[in-house]
Ligand binder design. Structure first.
Ligand code: NI
Length: 177
């Protein structure tokens, strides 16, 4: 078990485009995923991308358990997604509040595609393909943005909807990703 330091916004590594993973089912990849899961859980996050722990590879993890603290947030199954490809489906953009482990204590209102299909591989190289909506779709888009050096404040159209969770009524109880 290894909890790694989560890089914070301002660290140049968070702006870099991550590289595709080329070899699967290796001890190195399993160790990376295990560290990402340990770190995400230690920080009570809903998701984590490899660049957030300083590793420039295209891998993300996420999981949201049903939690009475977050009544508005639907559960999302534990997923390890490597080399993800996202395809937005017909439908409107949807605004929702987000937080990020790299920007602790802050929340922002971010438009995201409400439905999408995503595919990728798990750490063993097994193919994953899903069609999702709602919070699941939001988490995937947030995490995959990290792989392209994108943090959620860059997508906030109205910066009045960005601030400290403690100052935004009802929004302090939302997991960071
Ligand atoms: Ni994040």
């Amino acid at each position: 078990m290894a909890i790694r330091t989560v890089l914070k916004m301002g660290n140049p590594l968070l702006w870099e485009k991550a590289a595709e993973v080329e070899t699967f089912d290796t001890p190195e990849l399993h160790e990376l995923v295990s560290d990402m899961l340990d770190t995400m859980r230690a920080e009570s996050g809903a998701g984590l991308a490899a660049p957030q722990i300083g590793v420039g590879l295209r891998g993300v993890v996420f999981e949201v358990c049903a939690n009475p603290r977050y009544p508005d947030v639907e559960p999302v199954p534990l997923t390890v997604l490597v080399n993800p490809v996202l395809v937005p489906l017909e439908g409107e953009m949807e605004e929702g509040w987000e937080g990020c482990l790299s920007i602790p204590g802050m929340r922002g209102l971010v438009p995201r595609h409400s439905r999408l299909r995503y595919s990728g591989l798990d750490a063993c190289g097994n193919r994953i393909e899903r069609e999702v909506q709602g919070f699941h779709a939001r988490v995937v888009q947030h995490e995959c943005d990290h792989l392209d050096g994108m943090l959620y404040p860059m997508r906030i159209p109205d910066l009045r909807k960005f601030g400290f969770a403690s100052e935004i009524p009802q929004k302090r109880e939302l997991p960071e990703e």
